[in-house]
Design a protein around this ligand. Structure first.
Ligand code: ADP
Length: 551
């Protein structure tokens, strides 16, 4: 077509692809406009210069001599190279080269280049990012594994430490209980006060150990609920009664209300007691004297129950309102608040609310706090809200789903008066923890004949020869462990129907389940108070007697 050559020449000149034609020796013959721009010079300045001088090889790609070899054998060559323009700027280019033949002989070489610097840089950045991500990822996997290991170590440390703490606590609390119960009149008031302090400290430490174990259970999602039907009013009133002495001292009044149509609640009674007790204790702890706490319970949306605890205390800043539910979180400035008449800030562990949240959530509920904030000397108050489904959405773990009214915890008859010395039941302790057994012996002596075996083998032979009314067994014995002994006792004629209670500081759910699975009737957690021990033993004996009557 006429004029096509001129048109083609213009297209080649203006195309955004760099087109360079050289002689066979690589000397410039033609450079298009885009090529001039990239090389940073006019084509007239390129006469007698070689294109090779502007190119450098990229690692892993073909170099100049390999390009020449390829195209001279008649092939088309494609590679990547760096083109350095006269001003020193480097451009990464995709390069295509081929020979133009004249009567079968190479007459010129055509190079077509596309500047891919931006693309290459981006690819380079992406690759670097990918490498960085892979590194972070492997780091995360490693730290995750480390965290898992640490968390395992932490929980086994906690359970060992709590076991180790509970054993001496049994002795401290038990001995001080006995001194306070039986020797009050013989001690001067100073000594008695010290013993009372020891007793209180042991109780506090016991609470802290239990709190740590609870937090651990919650963190590991191992909190098991014993679901039963209950009246939340009973629990609320019990908790208010427990607060009485502290709140009366400080003239803090608890105003309780429950809406009439509030349904019965299905959940774990002991755990719900913990929720109410914690919220009320905090309300008292962070309120000035002569104020009122409002506790209200009402139905919420047909299927839920709403509990609110409102105080006139120091309030909680917005920034702290979520964090106070984290374990060990305590607001730093709360100690500044006090009244002239009473120091109302008690030190805590920062565990209470995290346990409350764990319990509420285990019941399928939610908890939050509302407060206008904490300001110096302004008592804005706080209102804690708990909303729980009427029926906790958890598996029922206990067959006894009927409510037992815990307010109707009738006092036991004075045991000592009821039993004549010759009728004293025999209690056999199979336990290597001497101190705990000694405390138990002092508590029980007036009522029971106490026998002690400090290892399993001796325990078995004493059980067969003395026919005890009750066997108290520690799971953690040297040699044959308590579960094995319990199994054996259950299979032997002499002891098949003897009540057996485990008497142990290991009180995790699985420990308790193991005890029952091995045939035990009950479980007593160390440390115990003297009264607790006598009550519990009495209950076991009475139950056994009833069972025998109805059998
Ligand atoms: P603690 O054992 O310290 O009371 P909690 O987990 O129960 O631990 O509470 C965490 C923190 O939340 C407390 O130290 C206190 O600063 C704050 N807090 C809890 N309840 C109240 C309240 N009713 N009023 C003001 N501050 C509160």
């Amino acid at each position: 077509m006429h004029g096509d050559t001129g048109l083609l020449a213009r297209i080649v000149e203006h195309t955004p692809i760099i087109i360079i034609v050289t002689n066979n020796d690589g000397k410039f013959r033609y450079v298009n406009g885009c090529g001039e721009k990239l090389l940073g010079t006019r084509r007239t300045d390129l006469v007698d210069r070689s294109f090779e001088d502007f190119l450098s090889q990229i690692e892993g790609c073909l170099g100049w001599s390999q390009i020449m070899e390829t195209i001279q054998s008649g092939d088309y060559c494609q590679t990547k190279m760096i083109l350095t323009s006269l001003d020193g700027a480097e451009h990464i280019c995709r390069l295509n080269a081929f020979c133009i033949l004249d009567e079968g002989e190479p007459a010129a070489i055509t190079f077509m280049l596309i500047d891919i610097t931006d693309e290459a840089e981006k690819a380079d950045q992406i690759e670097k990012k990918n490498i960085e991500m892979a590194r972070i990822n492997s780091e995360l996997i490693r730290s995750n594994a480390e965290l898992k290991k640490l968390s395992k170590m932490k929980s086994s440390f906690l359970s060992i430490a709590s076991h180790e703490l509970k054993t001496p606590l049994t002795s401290i609390k038990g001995y001080s209980d006995i001194i306070m119960d039986t020797m009050k009149d013989r001690l001067d008031s100073g000594v008695l006060r010290m013993v009372e302090n020891i007793n209180r400290a042991a109780e506090r430490l016991h609470r802290v150990v239990n709190d740590i174990l609870d937090v651990n259970r919650i963190e590991q999602k191992r909190l098991r609920l014993q679901v039963e039907s209950m009246n939340l009013e009973t629990i609320a009133r019990d908790c208010i009664d427990e607060l009485d002495s502290i709140s009366a001292d400080r003239n803090i009044n608890v105003d309780f209300s429950i809406q009439e149509d509030t349904p019965r609640f299905w959940g774990d009674k002991i755990r719900m007691h913990q929720v109410f007790a914690n919220l009320l204790n905090n309300a008292v702890k962070f309120s000035p004297d002569n104020t009122t706490i409002e506790l209200s319970i009402a139905p919420h949306n047909q299927e839920e129950i709403h509990v609110a605890v409102k105080d006139q205390g120091i309030g909680i800043d917005k920034t702290d309102q979520k964090k106070i539910f984290d374990p060990f979180y305590e607001i730093a400035n709360t100690n500044r608040h006090s009244t002239h008449s009473s120091k109302f800030m008690g030190g805590g562990t920062g565990l209470g609310l995290s346990i409350v949240k764990g319990i509420v959530e285990a019941h399928g509920g939610r908890i939050w706090v509302e407060s206008a904030g904490a300001k110096d000397n302004a008592f804005n108050g706080s209102e804690f809200h708990v909303v729980v489904p009427v029926k906790a959405n958890v598996a029922v773990e206990d067959d006894e789903t009927d409510e037992i009214d815990i307010s109707a915890n009738e006092e036991f008859p004075e045991i000592a008066e009821d039993i004549s010395p010759e009728q004293k039941p025999v209690v056999l302790f199979i336990d290597s923890d001497r101190e705990a057994v000694e405390v138990a012996r002092m508590v029980l002596e007036n009522v029971f004949d106490v026998l002690v075996a400090d290892n399993g083998e001796l325990g078995l032979s004493m059980a067969f020869s003395h026919h005890p009314s009750l066997i108290m067994l520690d799971s953690n014995l040297p040699g044959m462990n308590g579960y094995r002994i319990c199994n054996i006792l259950r299979t032997q004629e002499e002891t098949r129907n003897t009540p057996i209670a485990f008497f142990s500081a290991a009180a995790k759910d699985e420990d308790i389940q193991k005890c029952f699975a091995s045939g035990a009737d009950d479980f007593i957690v160390k440390p115990f108070s003297g009264k607790e021990l006598v009550d519990k033993i009495w209950r076991i004996l009475m139950k056994k007697k009833e069972d025998a009557t109805f059998r």
